[in-house]
Design a protein around this ligand. Structure first.
Ligand code: FES
Ligand code: FE2
Length: 454
């Protein structure tokens, strides 16, 4: 057996350069800027984001598995804007502002569904699912010239990559494929289009949306806020910065943190992961350092058994580790072969110190009694994982009693405390270390938009 897992800073998993896992060189101009903390609470900054940032970027609006059939739709809310994303009869996907051209009412009141036509609840105007006007109620009572252009739903740009649907409010932004900073295959290899949303929680948090992004963009805080992860997760992540503000951290899973002195005896969390991968921990002869590799081999064999061909395009590391992938500006996806966790940090319509945290858990169902949802996906009991029923979005306001799981509950409290602190006269701005390079990269790209460079 190999000599086990090593964690040294800077973390480099030593994948060959042609591999998607390869460590990206640290930019020489990464700098040492300290940003002005007012970006986390100022109304002026928030308003400028609405003129300089949000209309110009591609926003993750949903996943294709939510709209499998023609006329299936999902509604995506971003601040005061709302969009309907709908599958067309030719299989393509279109998106529209969820706004009726008559008097501005919301046309679609549900989070998702399927309809032959959209019908505005206010006065009953109807629209085809391709956005065209179908019928105006009492049309003869309108001046013919006023409606001669047959007002339909206002379309926005929409494109799909690897099962992820993005929209863009700006006609001039580059095409999605050019804009996404990850190389070809990076997203596609996980086959997210074959995964289904099995849980969707939308909670309101007390913080700026960037306070949220920052908190999930590093594992530097793991030993302090989430010490329980140390038995099964390394907190030195491989940090990779990609073009256009995109970034990744590879979080090695199945290993003990290098901060734990005992690297030989196997942690109970590790044992649990081994069992889930089909390894009997009692028969395992290796040390804690060798567990990650053993799980990889077991998953590789299981992938073959279940004919999961996409495993052939994934590295051994991808079979255990989380590729926490940052999609500029406001999405992080924890990518795993069994499923992905989509986190979306969307701004509050009016308050710079609130945001919505959308958390979608997607799972790839395998029809076999020997295959089940791993415990680390944290799904509550009784959730349907077959993909046959799209769960309703669970909405929670600040102060509602919601259990997001142990780790996320800790993050909620953390974000609230940080939001309080960044407003203090005593705080001079964040001092980021190399483990926080992704934050630096994210804020630099943000500044390019805010300064009108993009
Ligand atoms: S606002 Fe939609 S029909 Fe009047
Ligand atoms: Fe955290």
């Amino acid at each position: 057996m190999a000599d086990g897992f090593k964690a040294e800073w800077p973390m480099d998993l030593k994948a060959p350069p042609e591999s998607l896992e390869a460590k990206q060189p640290r930019p020489t101009d990464i700098g040492r800027d300290v940003v002005d903390p007012s970006r986390y609470y100022s109304r002026e900054f928030m308003e400028k984001e609405w003129t300089h940032l949000w209309p110009r970027v591609w926003l993750l609006a949903g996943v294709t598995s939510d709209i499998k059939e023609p006329n299936d739709y999902v509604v995506f809310t971003h601040g005061h804007e709302q969009f309907i994303v709908v599958r067309q009869s030719d299989g393509s996907v279109k998106a529209f502002f969820n706004v009726c051209p008559h008097r501005g009412n919301r046309v679609c009141m549900n989070d998702h569904g399927s309809v032959p036509k959209f019908s505005c609840p206010f006065h009953g105007w109807q629209f085809e699912t391709n956005g065209k006007l179908h019928r105006i109620t009492d049309e003869e009572t309108f001046d013919a010239g006023l409606i001669a252009h047959r007002p339909g739903l206002t379309e926005v740009r929409c494109d799909v990559i690897g099962g992820l649907i993005f929209i863009n409010m700006d006609g001039k932004a580059p095409p999605l494929r050019e804009w996404v900073g990850f190389p070809e295959g990076y997203i596609e290899n996980y086959e997210i289009e074959k995964m289904n949303v099995v849980r969707h929680v939308r909670t309101e948090w007390r913080g700026n949306w960037k306070t949220g992004v920052d908190a999930f963009y590093e594992t530097y805080h793991l030993p302090h806020i989430h010490p329980q992860t140390q038995g099964v997760m390394e907190d030195f992540s491989q940090i990779d910065l990609y073009p256009n503000g995109f970034s990744r951290m590879i979080v090695p899973i199945g290993v003990k943190s290098h901060r734990m002195s005992d690297q030989s005896s196997i942690d109970p969390y590790q044992q649990h992961m081994m069992m889930e991968a089909g390894i009997d921990p009692a028969a395992f002869k290796g040390t804690a350092k060798e567990v990650r590799e053993a799980i990889q081999q077991a998953k590789r064999a299981r992938g073959k058994r279940f004919e999961l061909d996409y495993y052939d395009r994934l590295t051994d590391g991808q079979l255990t580790d989380s590729w926490a992938s940052g999609y500029f500006p406001n999405v992080q996806i924890g990518m795993h072969p069994e499923g992905v966790f989509i986190m979306r940090f969307t701004p509050h319509p009016t308050d710079p110190e609130r945001f919505y945290y959308d958390n979608m858990t997607l799972f790839r169902h395998v029809e076999d009694p020997g295959y089940s949802v791993p415990a680390w996906m944290g799904l509550p009991e009784g959730v349907d994982v077959t993909g046959e029923i799209r769960p309703e979005v669970e909405h929670y306001a600040i102060g509602d009693d919601v259990d997001l799981g142990e780790v996320l509950n800790q993050d909620v409290e953390l974000v609230h405390a940080v939001q309080e602190g960044v407003k203090s006269r005593g705080f001079r701005g964040p001092i980021w270390c190399e483990q926080e390079d992704r934050l630096r990269h994210f804020h630099r790209e943000l500044d390019r938009y805010m300064n009108g460079e993009k």
